[in-house]
Design a protein around this ligand. Sequence first.
Ligand code: NAP
Length: 201
Amino acid sequence: MRVLAVGGAGTIGRRLVPALRSRGHEVVVAGRESGDVHVDLASPGTVEDMYHAVGAVDGVVSIAAHGALDEFGSLTSAELRENMRAKFFGQVDLVLAGQRHCADGASFTLTSGIFADEAWPGVTGGAVINAALHGFVLSAAVELPRGMRINAVSPTMIGDSVAVFVDHFPGMRPVPMDELIGHYLHCVEGGDTGHIIRAYG
Ligand SMILES: NC(=O)c1ccc[n+]([C@@H]2O[C@H](COP(=O)([O-])OP(=O)(O)OC[C@H]3O[C@@H](n4cnc5c(N)ncnc54)[C@H](OP(=O)(O)O)[C@@H]3O)[C@@H](O)[C@H]2O)c1
C-alpha cells in the first residue's frame, strides 16, 4: 500500500514508519519542517496542497500535533478554539479533503488520546479535542465514500515519552510502544472502520 504518515518524523512516527516499510508499504512522510512533503495541520490550505503534491494514497495515518496544556481558572473559549486548531480541526481536514483525493477503500487513522476518557488537571483542551475526534470518527465512518475507512488510536502516555510527561501526569501507566504500533498497523492493514482503539496500557 501507499501510506501518507503525517507527523511520521515524531516520537510515534519514528517507530511506525519503519514498521510500515518493513511490511512492504511505500510511506510518504509529512510534517511542517520534517518529511518528504510539508503540511501544517493548523492551516487547512496546506492540507489540500499536500494531497495535490502526494497524489493518491491507500492510507493516511496522522500522528502529529499535540493539544496544549491549559490553566482552567483563566481558560478562555478563544484559547480552547486555538488549541483545537491543529490536532482536532487539522485531523478533520485530513479526512474531509482526503475523501476527495485518496484511493478507493483508503483508510484514515487518526490519533486522539486518553484525556477523552480520563480527567487529569491541566488538559481541558486535550479532553475536548480527543472527545470531539471520537465523535467525528464515528460519524465519518458512516459517511465516507468509495469504501473508505476511518479509525482512531487513543493512546495514554507512551513508553518512549515517559521522561517528557511524567511530571505532568504522575502515576499514569504508559502503553508500550510496540503494542501501540501494532494498533496503527491493524488500522492500516485490517478491515475495521469506526473503531476507537483505547491503548491505555
Ligand atoms: N507521546 C505521547 O505520550 C502521546 C500520548 C497520547 C497521545 N499522543 C498523541 O500522538 C500524536 C503524536 O505524538 P508524538 O509524541 O509522536 O508527537 P511528536 O514527537 O511531537 O511528533 C509530532 C510530529 O508531528 C509533526 N507536527 C507537529 N505539529 C504539526 C502540525 N501542526 N502540522 C503537521 N505536522 C506537525 C512534527 O514534525 P514538524 O515539527 O516537522 O511539523 C513531528 O514529526 C499527537 O497527537 C499526540 O497528542 C502522544
